[in-house]
Design a protein around this ligand. Structure first.
Ligand code: SF4
Length: 651
C-alpha cells in the first residue's frame, strides 16, 4: 500500500517537522522482534575467528552484557557456517538466547546451511551470486535479464529455507561492493544501491517471503543517508512492504572520527524517524560499539516535538542529491567558502594567547608569529570578555553588541546582534555582523532586511527537543523567500560526557550539513569537555559531512572473523605516520575478500591478503601484492609519495 503522504510530498519520511517514526513491518528474529512498535534495537558483530568456538562465545557474552540485542558472526565458508551450531549450543547452555545472524558474502551454500542454524542471515546482494571483478561491462537488456534470471535461480533455495525455518534475512547493500551489472546500469550511486537490494527483494516477495530487513551502508555518510531515503521512497512508490531498516555507516574508523561519522549518518536518519536497528562500526572492540549505538538511539525513546514547527507545503531541498544552498559571500563565510568554525569563549573571564592553543593556534616566541593547525578555528565568540593582545591574522572576534561598540576599532572584531535589535536598526559593522535568531524570530521583516544587507550572517540556534528539524525549517523559510544570507548553525549543550557531545552535535549539525545547509558551525558546550575537544568536534563534523576536509580520512573496517592482522594496532601505526596529510583517504581493510569493495572511494588501500601479507592499492588498482607485514606501512608511505600526495610532517 503506497503511503499517499510520502508520494504527495516527495518525502522520504513521515514528517519533516515533528518526530514520527516510520511504521514498519514486524520481523521476527528469534525472541527479539524488530520493527513495528518495538524499540530501535542495537546490534554488533564479533571479531573473533568463527572457528574459535569458545573465543566467539566469550565475545558474544561480553557484547550481550554490554547491551547488544543481536549478534552477527561471519560465515565465509561452509565450515564456519557449521560451527555456528556449536557457538549457538554453548551460548544457550550458558543461558544466552541472543539471536545470532550469519554474515554471508559470496557463498550461497554457507548461507543455506547457516539459515537452518541461526535466527537470521545477512546477504550482500552485490556478491551473493556474483564475483566482483571491478569491470564495467555494457549489458544489453537481454543480457541484464539473463543475469537477473541467474540470480533468481541461485537465490531461491535460500529464500525457501528461510521460509521453512522461520529465519529472517537482511538484504544488506554496501556502497563499494555493488555488482558489475548494477554498476554498469546505475553507476556507483545511491540509486544503484537501492536497485541492488530491490532485485533480491522482488524474488523474496514473489515467493511470499517477508521476514526481511534492509540496509544501505556506505563509509560516506552523505551517500548512505541518500540511499536509505531513496530506498524508503522506492519501497513506497513500487508498493513493496514497509520493511524495517538496519542503519550503519561502514568502516567509520575509531575514536571520535568513528563516533562522529556514525552520528552524522545514523543520527540524521533517526531524526527523521527512519531506522529500526542500529550497528555502529568502529575499529574498536565490538562491546565498545554498543554504548555509542545506545546513545544514538536513546535520544528518540521519548522524543517529542514540544514546540509546533510550521508545516512545509513544498520541500525545496532535494533529499537524494547533495546541493549546497546558494548564499552570497560575506568576508570568508558563505558562497564558495568552506564552512567556518566559531569557538565559544563567552564563559571565560580572561582570554590569553594560551587560550588559543586549544583552537589550533600556536604562538612561536622566537619567530614572534602564530602558526596555524589545519583545524584552526575561524572565529571566537568572546561575548563580553575583551581580548587585549594581538590576535592571529586569520581569526575574527565576535563581541556582544555593546562591547563591540566600545571596541570596534580593534582589528577583525564584529558584533553579535539579536534579531529583534537588528530589525530595530542598531548600529552595525560595515563588514560583518552576526545576527542571532531562532525560528520564531524569522519573519518577513527580518528576511527583508537580511536580503538587503551584504554584511549579515545569520547565527541560528534552537531551544526545542526536535532542534534539527526546527533549524531545517528555518532554512526552508529562507529558501522559500529567496534569502541568500549565509548561516552559521549554532547549538548549545551542557553537562554532557565527551561521547554524548560528539554524538549529539554530529547528529544535530550533520543532519543539516549533509543536505547542503549551513555555512559554518558554532558549538557552545558548557561542561562537556576541553576547548580543544569541542573545536575538534566541530572540524570532525565538517570532515564527516565532507564539507571541509582538514585531515586524512581513514576508512578502516571494524574487523571480523576474517581479519588477517591486528586492525586497531595497524590503524594506529598508519595514523601516526599519515595524520598530517590533508584530504587523503586511506582504506585499512582486514581481508581481501571484502576489503577492496568496502573501502569504496579510498585513495590508497592497505588490505590483508594472507597471514602476514598485505596488498596495497592505489584507488581500486592493486599496486603491490603480498608485501610482508613488517614492511607494509613503509611501502604504503612510498606509494603515497609516488602518488604525489605526500607532504613532510611539520615539526
Ligand atoms: S573487510 Fe574487515 S570486516 Fe569486512 S569481511 Fe574483511 S575483515 Fe571482515
Amino acid at each position: 500500500m503506497n503511503n499517499p503522504q510520502v508520494l504527495q510530498l516527495k518525502q522520504y519520511c513521515n514528517s519533516l517537522i515533528s518526530y514520527s517514526r516510520r511504521k514498519t513491518r514486524v520481523v521476527n528474529i528469534g525472541e527479539v522482534p524488530l520493527g513495528g512498535d518495538n524499540p530501535i534495537r542495537v546490534q554488533s558483530m564479533t571479531t573473533v575467528d568463527t572457528m574459535d568456538t569458545m573465543g566467539s562465545v566469550e565475545q558474544v557474552i561480553r557484547m550481550v552484557d554490554a547491551g547488544c540485542e543481536y549478534v552477527r558472526i561471519t560465515a565465509p565458508s561452509l565450515k564456519e557456517a557449521q560451527n555456528l551450531q556449536e557457538i549457538k549450543k554453548e551460548l544457550r547452555l550458558r543461558g544466552y538466547s541472543v539471536p545470532l545472524i550469519a554474515d554471508i558474502h559470496f557463498t550461497p551454500n554457507a548461507a543455506e546451511l547457516a539459515a537452518r542454524i541461526v535466527e537470521k542471515v545477512r546477504i550482500n546482494p552485490g556478491n551473493y551470486a556474483d564475483k566482483k571483478r571491478f569491470e564495467e561491462i555494457e549489458y544489453t537488456d537481454a543480457a541484464y535479464q539473463a543475469e537477473l534470471d541467474r540470480i533468481r535461480i541461485k537465490f531461491t533455495p535460500l529464500v525457501k529455507i528461510c521460509k521453512q525455518h522461520g529465519t529472517a534475512m537482511r538484504i544488506g547493500t554496501n556502497h563499494g561492493s555493488l555488482s558489475d551489472r548494477i554498476l554498469s546500469r546505475y553507476g556507483d550511486t545511491p540509486l544503484g544501491m537501492v536497485e541492488s537490494a530491490l532485485e533480491f527483494l522482488r524474488v523474496c516477495e514473489d515467493l511470499n517471503y517477508y521476514n526481511i530487513v534492509l540496509s544501505m551502508k556506505s563509509s560516506n555518510p552523505q551517500v548512505m543517508v541518500q540511499a536509505y531515503r531513496m530506498l524508503v521512497q522506492k519501497l513506497d512508490e513500487e508498493g513493496f512492504q514497509p520493511y524495517p531498516l538496519h542503519l550503519g555507516v561502514t568502516e567509520a574508523g575509531d575514536g571520535e572520527d568513528g563516533r562522529i561519522k556514525s552520528s552524522v549518518g545514523i543520527g540524521t536518519l533517526l531524526e527523521d524517524g527512519l531506522g529500526d536497528t542500529v550497528r555502529v562500526s568502529l575499529t574498536e572492540e565490538p562491546e565498545a560499539e554498543v554504548p555509542v549505538a545506545q546513545e544514538l538511539v536513546n535520544r528518540y525513546t521519548s522524543r517529542k516535538t514540544t514546540v509546533a514547527i510550521p508545516t512545509i507545503k513544498e520541500y525545496p531541498i532535494d533529499p537524494f542529491v547533495y546541493t549546497r544552498r546558494t548564499t552570497h559571500e560575506v568576508q570568508n563565510i558563505g558562497g564558495h567558502q568552506v564552512p567556518r568554525v566559531m569557538a565559544d569563549f563567552s564563559l571565560k573571564q580572561k582570554i590569553t594567547p594560551a587560550s588559543l592553543f586549544a583552537l589550533g593556534y600556536h604562538y612561536s616566541v622566537p619567530l614572534d608569529k602564530w602558526n596555524l593547525a589545519d583545524n584552526a578555528c575561524d572565529y571566537v565568540f568572546a561575548n563580553n570578555t575583551i581580548i587585549d593582545f594581538e590576535i592571529p591574522g586569520t581569526l575574527g572576534i565576535v563581541y556582544s553588541h555593546n562591547v563591540w561598540l566600545a571596541n570596534r576599532a580593534k582589528a577583525r572584531s564584529y558584533p553579535f546582534i539579536k534579531a529583534k535589535d537588528y530589525v530595530s536598526g542598531v548600529e552595525q559593522s560595515d563588514k560583518l555582523n552576526f545576527i542571532y535568531a531562532c525560528l520564531p524570530d524569522v519573519n518577513l521583516q527580518l528576511i527583508k532586511k537580511l536580503k538587503a544587507d551584504s554584511t549579515a550572517v545569520l547565527l541560528i540556534d534552537t531551544y526545542t527537543d526536535h532542534g534539527m528539524a526546527e533549524q531545517r525549517r528555518l532554512f526552508v523559510e529562507l529558501i522559500e523567500n529567496d534569502c541568500k544570507v549565509p548561516v552559521m548553525i549554532g547549538r548549545a549543550y551542557r553537562d554532557l560526557k565527551v561521547d554524548q557531545l560528539q554524538i549529539y552535535s554530529g547528529t544535530d549539525m550533520g543532519g543539516l550539513l549533509i543536505d547542503g545547509l549551513g555555512d559554518g558551525v558554532f558549538i557552545a558546550a558548557e561542561n562537556c569537555g576541553s576547548d580543544k575537544l569541542v573545536n575538534e568536534t566541530a572540524f570532525n563534523i565538517l570532515q564527516a559531512t565532507r564539507t571541509r576536509i582538514s585531515k586524512t580520512e581513514y576508512i578502516s573496517c571494524p574487523s571480523c572473523g576474517r581479519t588477517l592482522f591486528d586492525l586497531q594496532e595497524t590503524t594506529a601505526k598508519i595514523r601516526a605516520r599519515t595524520s598530517h596529510l590533508k584530504g587523503v583517504k586511506i582504506g585499512i581493510m582486514g581481508c581481501i575478500v571484502n576489503g577492496p569493495g568496502e573501502m569504496a572511494d579510498a585513495d590508497y588501500g592497505y588490505v590483508g591478503s594472507g597471514p602476514g601479507r598485505i596488498t596495497l592499492y592505489k584507488g581500486r588498482e592493486v599496486v603491490k601484492k603480498n608485501v610482508p607485514t613488517p614492511q607494509a606501512v613503509d611501502e604504503l608511505i612510498n606509494l603515497i609519495k609516488d602518488g604525489g600526495d605526500w607532504i613532510e610532517m611539520p615539526n
